[in-house]
Design a protein around this ligand. Sequence first.
Ligand SMILES: C[S@@+](CC[C@H](N)C(=O)[O-])C[C@H]1O[C@@H](n2cnc3c(N)ncnc32)[C@H](O)[C@@H]1O
Length: 181
Amino acid sequence: MIIFDVLLLITMAFIAMSLIYSTIKLGISPMPSSKKAYKAMLALADETGTGPIVDFGSGWGNFVIPMAKRNPQRQVIGYELSLLPWLSSRLLKKIGRLNNLTLYRQNFYQVNLPAAAVIVCYLYPQAMHKIKHKLLTKQPKVDFLISNNFALPSCQPEKIIRLDDFYKSPVYLYKMAKIKG
Ligand SMILES: C[S@@+](CC[C@H](N)C(=O)[O-])C[C@H]1O[C@@H](n2cnc3c(N)ncnc32)[C@H](O)[C@@H]1O
């Protein structure tokens, strides 16, 4: 019994340390999008054609898993650096046999995006500045950006969905061709 308790304690400590480490290193925790938010993101993704959907920081898979299930013909890609969320989303992908979903343990700032890509994210204000810079200077092939809660600085969204929550939280859809001008 004592051995079991010790093993449980070590496991819990490892989980906590791993999540704290990645949160400090990346500047954001793997907090998932709410159900209302990911449903709004799915609805906006429906308006973006058939290009690959790329989640910048796919976390526990709260967006990519339902997205891949709902659109088996569409390629869905997630980039996530935090170990435990990435492992758990990989497990969910395997269980759901989602062959159209690919999950990379990679820094999304350093990847090349496929043509006609649709970026999805739930990050924080400074990250939105960096993403804007990446999309405008290095990744001209991106067609759309969908962002939960955080706007792309100084850019006019194509559409905003206000969630039915306390803050009336926004989910933004940007058409990159209009932003590039
Ligand atoms: C708030 S969570 C959102 C998770 C998921 N997209 C969702 O909507 O449920 C943001 C995630 O981005 C990941 N992240 C932050 N910066 C990253 C980077 N440069 N490369 C890969 N993942 C990153 C974090 O580890 C975290 O899991």
